[in-house]
Design a protein around this ligand. Structure first.
Ligand code: FES
Length: 110
């Protein structure tokens, strides 16, 4: 039985940008940021390590500046592909990454 969970198609994530998806689970679910660079997609929990807020300014809309993603709440700056804190109030705390795979053009949780 295939237990992978498809989140969206790769084309649904802007190349060089990000989008948000909701993952429903039996315990209430969680929200992810999907970040794309070409055929590669990385995922992070959509929860800022500074004060626990979502990072998007509107659902699925993120502040992207070059290779950085900026939290819309208080301006913490993260590496777009790495999730590492690069400046601002995150004070060294990275976004929590989640493993995803691209399979047949779909972004999937393993
Ligand atoms: S919650 Fe993200 S910078 Fe404060």
């Amino acid at each position: 039985m295939d237990v992978r969970k498809a989140l969206c198609r790769v084309e649904d994530v802007p190349d060089g940008g990000a989008t948000a998806v909701r993952v429903d689970t039996s315990t209430g679910g969680f929200d992810l940021i999907l970040v794309r660079s070409g055929d590669r997609v990385a995922a992070f929990h959509n929860e800022c390590p500074h004060a626990g807020r979502r990072l998007d300014y509107a659902p699925g809309k993120f502040l992207i500046d070059g290779d950085t993603l900026i939290c819309a709440a208080h301006g913490a700056v993260f590496g777009l592909g790495s999730g590492q804190c690069l400046g601002g109030p995150c004070r060294g705390d990275a976004l929590r990454s989640v493993p995803v795979a691209v399979i047949d053009g779909q972004v999937c949780l393993p």
